[in-house]
Design a protein around this ligand. Structure first.
Ligand SMILES: [Zn+2]
Length: 129
């Protein structure tokens, strides 16, 4: 049996599987030392499929940014953070907005939220306790 040959398809599959992680490591130097698992944790996604969707979203945004550079520059109001259900998190540009929302949720839905800074330094996010 030719071992080299038989290993080839597996190798190819593996590298495709790792592609999203490789892209992330290349895009974000501060993530370049992270393991696959740590990258998933960082983006708060459960699996590689969710990470791929995430990358697609980033690509879309980057494409838009190039196409509408000026426009985008004026209103960068998004980031790539996701919640545990794989939805993009709402970004609060101002801390006051976020704290107002915490109050509102507590009052109307008895929902306790906590505030934390966006890891991309885009603004603020809320998370359920
Ligand atoms: Zn964020």
């Amino acid at each position: 049996m030719n071992l080299k040959k038989s290993l080839k398809p597996i190798k190819k599959k593996l590298s495709n599987r790792d592609k999203p992680f490789i892209i992330i490591r290349q895009l974000y130097t501060h993530l370049s030392d992270l393991s696959n698992k740590e990258i998933l944790d960082y983006y708060n996604v459960k699996n590689i499929k969710a990470l791929e969707q995430h990358i697609e979203h980033i690509k879309k945004i980057l494409k838009n940014q190039i196409e509408n550079y000026k426009e985008e520059l004026e209103e960068i109001n998004g980031c790539f953070c996701m919640d545990s259900r794989g939805e993009f998190k709402y970004l609060y540009n101002r801390k006051k907005e976020a704290t107002d929302q915490i109050e509102y949720s507590l009052k109307t839905k008895q929902l306790k939220l906590i505030l934390y800074p966006c890891p991309y330094h885009c603004g603020w996010h809320l998370s359920r306790l």
